[in-house]
Write a protein that binds this ligand. Sequence first.
Ligand code: URA
Length: 149
Amino acid sequence: MFIGEGPGQQEDIQGIPFVGSAGMLLNDYLTAVGIRREDVYIANIVKCRPPKNRDPLESEQDACIGYLWEQVRLVKPELIVLLGRIAARKLISSDFLITREHGRWFDMDGYKMMATYHPSALLRDESKRPEAFLDFKSIARELGKGDKQ
Ligand code: URA
């Protein structure tokens, strides 16, 4: 299961998470490490698009978090990958530092979780892409796919 921040413009129109440019890049990373998007459940912290793409407010996140936990309960994911700072701070720790702590595995409420860069951040700053690729390789390894190192 992958969890992003909230719907962008395309996601709002189509009602499907990660179908815009960030979603295309997410698809590329999944494909590169041998994970099929059809095998992944994707959700967001907030369920409505924040105005002008601003970060979702804490109160908005709190209003939606019950729905997210219900999604998690129904999906029973093998592992959870948090895309970006907002999701990592909501589900791992409120002071999570994505630049320093991405790629580390945590056991949270019995779920194995890792945070990596949000694909939008990778679109803005390509220098982060090799690190993100290593995170995706680690995800594939946890799922029993890919190389063993
Ligand atoms: N960014 C997100 O965090 N979620 C989406 O669904 C799309 C873009």
